[in-house]
Design a protein around this ligand. Structure first.
Ligand code: PMP
Length: 360
């Protein structure tokens, strides 16, 4: 090495150095109930048919930059209203990033209720935007007056509303969401990552607004490994975002595999129905435990509060081979809270048993 030293701290922006990287634990041998994945695989004959389809995928060629076939398939499967545009992302994470990159300018604000999905804040920071978090009410509903006041004060370029919300699991009141869309001077993105379990959506209302986008992902429907998200909304917005999108963001294997999966949509939907039913069973079982308070969920996970030491309960579960998400370190309204993803019935039972021992 030469005399000269070039130090990251001289060049990496202070707000980036202040961040901690998005932490995902190694899955190892755990019963993995931390990431809102669908635990089910496909029937053997469907897997065979998929492998046949993959044989025809041309890896030597760039993918279709516009992913036309897949977009058409998803537009139909997700019931995107006529006349609205659709854009795909490498996960909905990438769509959040594209939106922020297109809107970012000094002093521009991203606004979201808190607690909510942490990537809204992180991506705002990556893009040099200001972030404003507005506390949810004590029952995790939207504080409409506080949201409207913050919108008035900060004039956000974009408001993100996770519907249902992560990590709380509840579905915001639709009238509150409509009031926020009406008050917002810029865009509102309704993030429907968990729509498959929610039985509620803003997709049918999309054409009523000129500042509303609906975002979805296939991750929670059993295709998390493909990394594919969808943004639907007015073409006037999406054609601008499309300029920021890297040309080949949806790779060949994802295009082929996701189109195949949605040809067999009934398999994904049956799994989703099963998970939604099992969520109710798991919720009742949690509610029956003394010292455990589960919050209402319209997603494929349940947030619950532990009367005792949540960190100790989390560690005891981990020692028993069950990995969930510890939200206690986030503090504030999440103090004492853990989040469990709905798994297979046997996994849910193993989790409940380990939890019972942990709080005994
Ligand atoms: N939005 C919400 C509310 C989420 O909880 C998640 C995943 N945890 C995402 C978006 C990102 O999903 P993906 O990038 O897998 O599409």
């Amino acid at each position: 090495m030469s005399e000269k030293t070039v130090k990251p701290e001289d060049w990496i922006r202070p707000e980036i150095r202040a961040l901690s990287a998005y932490h995902v634990p190694e899955p190892g041998e755990f019963i993995k109930l931390d990431s809102m994945e669908n635990p089910y695989s496909w029937p053997a004959e469907m897997t065979e048919a998929w492998l046949d389809r993959l044989r025809g995928a041309a890896l030597n060629r760039y993918p279709d930059p516009a992913a036309r076939a897949l977009r058409a398939r998803l537009r139909e499967a997700m019931a995107v209203p006529e006349g609205l545009a659709v854009m795909l992302g490498n996960g909905s994470d990438e769509l959040i990033q594209i939106i922020a990159q297109a809107l970012a300018a000094p002093g521009r604000v991203v606004l979201a209720p808190e607690p909510s999905f942490v990537m809204y804040r992180m991506i705002a920071t990556f893009c040099g935007m200001d972030y404003v978090g507005v506390p949810l009410a004590a029952d995790f509903s939207l504080d409409r007056a506080a949201m409207q006041a913050a919108i008035e004060e900060h004039r956000p370029a974009v408001v993100f509303l996770a519907y249902p919300n992560n990590p709380t699991g509840n579905l915001f009141d639709a009238d509150d969401v409509r009031a926020i869309i009406a008050a917002a001077p810029g865009l509102v993105v309704v993030d429907e990552a968990y729509h498959a379990f929610a039985e509620a959506s803003f997709m049918p209302r999309l054409a009523e607004y000129d500042n509303l986008l609906v975002m979805r992902t296939v991750s929670k429907m059993g295709l998390a490994g493909l990394r594919l998200g969808l943004l639907a909304g007015p073409a006037a917005w999406l054609s601008e975002f499309d300029k920021v999108r890297l040309p080949y963001n949806i790779n060949v294997l994802t295009q082929v595999s996701a189109a195949f999966a949605f040809e067999h949509r009934e398999v994904l939907e049956a799994q989703t129905r099963q998970i939604t039913q099992d969520r109710e069973t798991l919720w009742q079982a949690l509610a029956a435990l003394s010292g455990i308070t589960p919050f209402p969920s319209r997603a494929n996970f349940i947030l619950f509060r532990v009367a005792g030491d949540a960190d100790a309960v989390f560690a005891a579960l981990q020692a028993a081979g069950v990995l969930i998400k510890n939200l206690n370190p986030a503090g504030g309204p999440l103090a004492g809270c853990l989040r469990v993803t709905v798994g297979r019935p046997a996994e849910n039972a193993a989790f409940l048993q380990a939890l019972q021992s942990a709080i005994a």
